[in-house]
Ligand binder design. Structure first.
Ligand code: RB5
Length: 146
C-alpha cells in the first residue's frame, strides 16, 4: 500500500516506529514530518497530510499527536477526509468496513507501540463493505457542501 504518515512533536517517536514496521512489510511510506521533538501545531500537520493525500492518491493516511484527538478534529474539517480516531481493534476494523476512513489518528501518549501497531494492522486488514455504508458516506459528503 501507499501510506502517508505525519505527527506533531507528541507523536514523533511513534510515527518513526510505525513507519519502520510498515516499510519492513513492504509498504511505501511517505513521512511528511514533523522531523524532531520541537513543538509544532497539529492543525498544520493535519492540513499538510490531508492535502497531499487527496491530491496524490495515497491508500490512506496516519496522523499522530499526543492524544490523537486534536489532529483528528483538524483533519475532519477538510472536505473529503474521513478521519477515525482509534483506540480499540474492533473500531479500527469498522473504521474501514463501515466508514471507509481515509485517515486514522492515534494518540502516542495514550497507546503503547504494540497497541498502536495492532490498530494499524486491524484497519489495514479490513475492507470497505459498500452498499448502505456508501449511502451513509454520501450523506457525510453532502454535509460538507452545506
Ligand atoms: C501537544 O502538546 C498536544 O496538545 C497534542 O499533541 C495533542 O494531544 C492534541 O490533541
Amino acid at each position: 500500500m501507499r501510506i502517508i504518515i505525519g505527527s506533531d512533536h507528541g507523536g514523533y517517536e511513534l510515527k518513526g516506529e510505525l513507519a519502520v514496521r510498515l516499510k519492513k512489510e513492504g509498504h511505501e511510506v511517505e513521512d511528511i514530518g514533523c522531523y524532531s521533538k520541537d513543538a509544532v501545531d497539529y492543525p498544520d500537520v493535519a492540513q499538510t497530510l490531508c492535502t497531499r493525500l487527496l491530491k496524490d492518491g495515497y491508500d490512506f493516511g496516519i496522523l499522530i499527536c499526543g492524544t490523537g484527538i486534536g489532529i483528528s478534529i483538524a483533519a475532519n474539517k477538510i472536505d473529503g477526509i474521513r478521519a477515525a480516531h482509534l483506540s480499540d481493534a474492533y473500531s479500527a476494523a469498522m473504521a474501514k468496513a463501515h466508514n471507509n476512513a481515509n485517515v486514522i489518528t492515534l494518540g502516542a501518549r495514550t497507546l503503547g507501540v504494540e497497541l498502536a501497531w495492532n490498530l494499524v494492522e486491524s484497519y489495514m486488514s479490513s475492507s470497505f463493505l459498500g452498499g448502505v455504508h456508501q449511502q451513509r458516506i454520501d450523506k457525510i459528503a453532502k454535509l460538507e457542501r452545506r
